[in-house]
Ligand binder design. Structure first.
Ligand code: ATP
Ligand code: MG
Length: 651
């Protein structure tokens, strides 16, 4: 990318300041936090750390020796102690920590006291099976309370968890278990997804068939007989048996701030997944403060982050961040369209959810299904909405605001990564004036910039690379087992700064607009075009639900655009919809951004975390062999597209 302005006339002029009623009760309303934290970031993070429990206070807030950062140096603490024990001596002791609903409809409520008891019992069971401080434990589970219980139990005894999303195959699981050299796997006999049973335990059997490091498998009974599993003598143990008779207290290990808390593999949107390493003290402080400030958490809130705990969003904002704050969370096991397409809205109504956090891919799906589904439910308890995972198209943002937020809830569009551990670019809902499609500004104490390939800051509205100039507490400490890749991918692309891999521009107010991956900004006849903006133009058309735009080689223009489009339900792709969409993009952005090819698809290829996989669409558009497909949610979608694309080209 160069510093020339991106062709952009996506005139997004809508502005939403915090509503007075919201602001009046918000957790943070004083804009001076930005200036204060900017001036003295270490003192800022130190104040946040002071809210939490430490066995030993740190000697130094930050030791920064690029690329290695150490936070709260010399401090000793325990994540599980802070998520649980700290609340047990307060009025939160009998407050609901987790309100859980299974896909088939059963419910469970765990208070902080209940949760602490189960975590302690599980911690003792792990110890009895030989798991020790520093050992890695792979967790491969459905969204049931035993999943955060297992994570917290690991944290309590100082074991390092590596959660693998329950939708991954046996093969993907094996790669991750091997990479992490896990000593134990915690799983369930199965899980429910749209009424069918996911054979988790059987996948584990296959995955560890020839993995020598794994000594034990601990199995939660979720399904029962129907799962038809086989327990291997000496290796496998039932969770309920292993925990039975275990003591309800286990000492929390006094962990050094920089001891490993967990390893988590990225989504694989741009390539092969990496095992991102997070440590204890800084991650704890970062997730604690961002949860409190960004989601404006109050004692009486019910927070629902719809992410699976298998992704970083679930680690930081289903489990750790909310529990550190003593909040009540809703946890749901299943799919949004089971048994009907209003399950989420039914749950919001049933439990009285107040803060709701989801992903653009989900919002675009809801748009495709139509506004009648949410309209059937009373969503008036909602007071704040959030989004994460991909750039959100302004029209999807507006739909979310109107149909879910009743035109009254602020929306926090939060930018961050598995690597950053915590949200870094985001509004603060009591302060920031929102612009649909913009993640707005860096969190206090965070220094983000948009630069060219030499690291020089680009002028306002010019596209460039998003980089971070200063360490933040929850930043990754490395890629597990691959320090060279850590340096190469994040610290050597532009020396001296953290390279995010995302493209962005910053507008005249200093607000950030994420443009997608750096590879998603292309050059058509000498003009830089962010494919994200073309997608947003397409999504703004009333017939379009979702769009993915990629660049392909073109003899004359250098690169040209190919668009893959999903129409709203009931809309026919026949007639002249193609011409209509081309004309629409021309009008919104300019002829230069008009896609050369438009292909309609019932579904777009996505990662298992729901992100559009543009790199595979690029492979199709350029007639190449497909790259790594192991993290695809559904391989048949991309295969179908490829066949149709090739037939089309021959016509
Ligand atoms: P991999 O790194 O393996 O290719 P991934 O980048 O999809 O996978 P994650 O760490 O889950 O793995 O996702 C982080 C990325 O998601 C960010 O780099 C960014 O591209 C995108 N993202 C997250 N939140 C936002 C947001 N609010 N706006 C725009 N993009 C976002
Ligand atoms: Mg990434």
């Amino acid at each position: 990318m160069t510093s020339r302005p991106i062709e952009s006339s996506m005139d997004e002029r809508r502005r939403f300041p915090p509503p007075e009623t919201f602001r009046a009760r918000a957790v943070v309303t004083d804009e001076r936090v930005y200036e204060e934290a900017g001036r003295e970031p270490e003192a800022f993070w130190e104040r946040a750390a002071g809210d939490l429990h430490w066995f030993r206070r740190w000697d130094q807030v930050l030791d920064w020796n690029l690329p290695d950062a150490r936070w709260f140096v010399g401090g000793r603490t325990n994540m599980a102690f802070n998520c649980l024990d700290r609340h047990l001596t307060t009025a939160r002791r009998n407050k609901a920590a987790i309100l859980w609903e299974g896909e088939p409809g059963e419910t469970r409520v765990l208070t902080y006291w209940d949760l602490a008891r189960e975590v302690n019992r599980c911690a003792n069971a792990l110890l009895s099976m030989g798991v020790r401080r520093g050992d890695r434990v792979a967790i491969y589970m459905p969204m049931i309370p035993e999943l955060p219980i297992a994570m917290l139990a690991c944290a309590r005894i100082g074991a390092v968890h590596a959660v693998v999303f329950g939708g991954f195959s046996a093969e993907a699981l094996r790669d991750r278990i091997n990479d992490a050299q896990a000593k134990m796997v915690i799983t369930a006999d199965g899980g429910y997804r749209k009424g069918t049973i996911i054979p988790l335990k059987r996948n584990v059997d296959q995955a560890i068939a020839d993995v020598p490091t794994v000594r034990h498998v601990l199995v939660v009974r979720r399904i029962g007989e129907a799962a038809a599993i086989h327990m291997v003598e000496g290796r496998d143990r039932w969770w309920h048996r292993a925990l039975d008779g275990m003591r309800m207290d286990s000492p929390a290990e006094e962990m050094d701030s920089e001891e490993l808390l967990y390893i988590l593999y990225t989504s694989g949107t741009t390539g092969k997944p990496k095992g991102i390493v997070h440590t204890t003290g800084g991650y704890m402080v970062g997730t604690y403060l961002t949860t409190k400030w960004i989601f404006d958490l109050r004692e009486d809130d019910l927070f629902w982050c719809t992410a699976d705990i298998g992704w970083v969003t679930g680690h930081s904002y289903v489990a750790y961040g909310p529990l550190l704050n003593g909040a009540s969370i809703l946890m749901y096991e299943g799919a949004p369209d089971w048994p009907e397409r209003d399950r989420f809205w039914e749950l919001v109504e049933k439990y009285g959810v107040t803060v709701f956090y989801t992903a653009p891919t989900a919002i675009r799906t809801f748009i495709r299904w139509g506004a009648d589904w949410p309209a059937r439910h009373d969503l008036s308890t909602l007071r704040l909405l959030g989004t994460v995972g991909e750039p959100i198209n302004p029209e999807a943002w507006m739909w979310y605001r109107k149909h879910i937020g009743g035109d009254r809830c602020p929306i926090v569009d939060t930018w961050w990564q598995t690597e950053t551990g915590m949200i870094l670019i985001t509004p603060l809902p009591g302060i920031t004036t929102l612009k649909p499609g913009s993640a707005t500004v860096p969190f206090p104490g965070i220094e983000a910039h948009v630069v060219d390939e030499h690291g020089a800051q680009v002028p306002p509205n010019a596209g460039g690379y998003l980089v971070l100039r200063r360490p933040w507490p929850a930043m990754l400490r490395g890629i597990y087992g691959d320090p060279a890749r850590f340096r190469r991918e994040y610290w050597e692309r532009i020396p001296g700064v953290y390279f995010t891999g995302d493209g962005a521009r910053r507008d005249e107010d200093g607000h950030f607009w994420l443009l997608g991956r750096v590879d998603d900004v292309i050059n058509v006849a000498g003009h830089r075009i962010g494919t994200m903006e073309v997608e947003s133009a397409l999504v703004a058309h009333p017939k379009v639900a979702e769009a993915a735009v990629v660049g392909m080689q073109h003899e004359i223009k250098g690169q040209a655009l190919a668009a893959f489009v999903t129409l709203k339900e009931g809309v026919d792709s026949g007639g002249d919809v193609t011409d209509e969409l081309r004309a629409h993009v021309t009008q919104k952005i300019g002829a230069i951004a008009r896609p050369d090819r438009i292909m309609f698809a019932a579904e777009l290829p996505k990662t298992r975390s729901g992100k559009i996989m543009r790199r595979l669409l690029r492979d199709i558009a350029e007639g190449r062999l497909l790259g790594d497909t192991t993290t695809l949610a559904d391989l048949s979608v991309i295969q179908g597209l490829r066949e149709r694309y090739e037939e089309d080209v021959q016509d």
